[in-house]
Design a protein around this ligand. Structure first.
Ligand code: GUN
Length: 168
């Protein structure tokens, strides 16, 4: 039986590129058989989908804010910890992974309007691979990368986490 691929092999096999959020991705689907959806910021696909990979050399998906709803599906490798900051300042931590008996999630739904960051948990694979389905479809105009100072000013109670999960 073939052993698990390493991170480089996965990046090549899935044809992934670096993401501004950290990690690697490739868009795999956009719903171009359906009418576009009108949003406040313009026309969007009904849904888009990507592969998203975190690795030991790019282990963090930095805090960013999406207008769209996103369903995450866990695939392979080590577990990934998600940190979600809600508008009222509530912090929710969720671990995606295959150990469902221990409470890890195979699916994670993150509604629009939430700050999200993710981090690979150290493990034997050296990477964690998920997919995301985004609706309305992803557009950079609907995504905001975090500014460390601004986010810390908004949520000072999470300053240490924000320091770790934003680009300096
Ligand atoms: N994040 C979630 N979906 C997408 C996408 O389609 N493109 C990019 N660049 N980032 C995403």
């Amino acid at each position: 039986m073939r052993s698990l691929p390493n991170a480089r092999e996965l990046i090549t096999a899935l044809d992934l590129e670096q993401h501004v959020e950290g990690g690697y991705f490739r868009r795999t689907f956009q719903s171009d058989r359906h009418p576009m959806v009108a949003t406040e910021r313009g026309q969007r696909y009904l849904m888009t989908s990507i592969y998203y990979l975190l690795t030991q050399d790019s282990p963090i998906g930095y805090f960013h804010f999406n207008q769209s709803d996103i369903v995450h599906y866990y695939h392979l490798g080590d577990a990934i910890q998600y940190s979600l900051i809600f508008p009222d300042g509530t912090l929710q931590t969720v671990v995606m992974g295959s150990d469902v008996v221990a409470g890890q999630c195979l699916q994670l739904h993150v509604p629009g309007g939430i700050w999200k960051a993710s981090q690979i948990i150290d493990g034997p694979a050296g990477y964690g691979l998920i997919s995301e389905a985004v609706s309305p479809g992803f557009d950079y105009a609907d995504m905001e990368m975090s500014d460390r100072q601004k986010l810390t000013a908004e949520f000072p109670q999470h300053a240490a986490l924000i320091e770790k999960m934003t680009q300096g």
